[in-house]
Design a binder for this molecule. Sequence first.
Ligand SMILES: *[C@@H]1O[C@H](CO)[C@@H](O)[C@H](O)[C@H]1NC(C)=O
Length: 135
Amino acid sequence: MTLVLLKLIAPQLITHGSVTIVHIEVVAGEAVYLPCDISTQTSNDQVALVLWYREDLGTPIYSVDGRDRDFNLAERWSDENVFSNRAYFMPEKQPAELGVDHIRETDQGVYRCRVDFRIGQTRNSKVNLTVIGEY
Ligand SMILES: *[C@@H]1O[C@H](CO)[C@@H](O)[C@H](O)[C@H]1NC(C)=O
């Protein structure tokens, strides 16, 4: 019953061990919103660094770096060869999201979001993005 309900609600949530994978489908040319839970476990904690990876590349492709400042003033960087200026992080969403405009078929893949906190343990979550060709 629960599984059936989950299937009706896109994105579909599956947990493998401790890493959650969300499956999202998007039509090429549209925008997509990749979720990343940056919520803290305790009220005195704060996010220090958010890193997005594309699993086949192995290097970060987008970062929000608040290690030396308040997270609200964190420095943002986007790999020019991946999302470049198409991506924008929205920390105020629940959960936080990486918005990516004008999705291309080459954007299809598995993405991982890594959140480092000042106090709490690092949290990883994944998004499996499927890009459907334009009609
Ligand atoms: C991602 O989705 C593709 C296509 O649906 C599937 O073949 C692949 O196994 C998925 N990968 C993961 C890590 O879930």
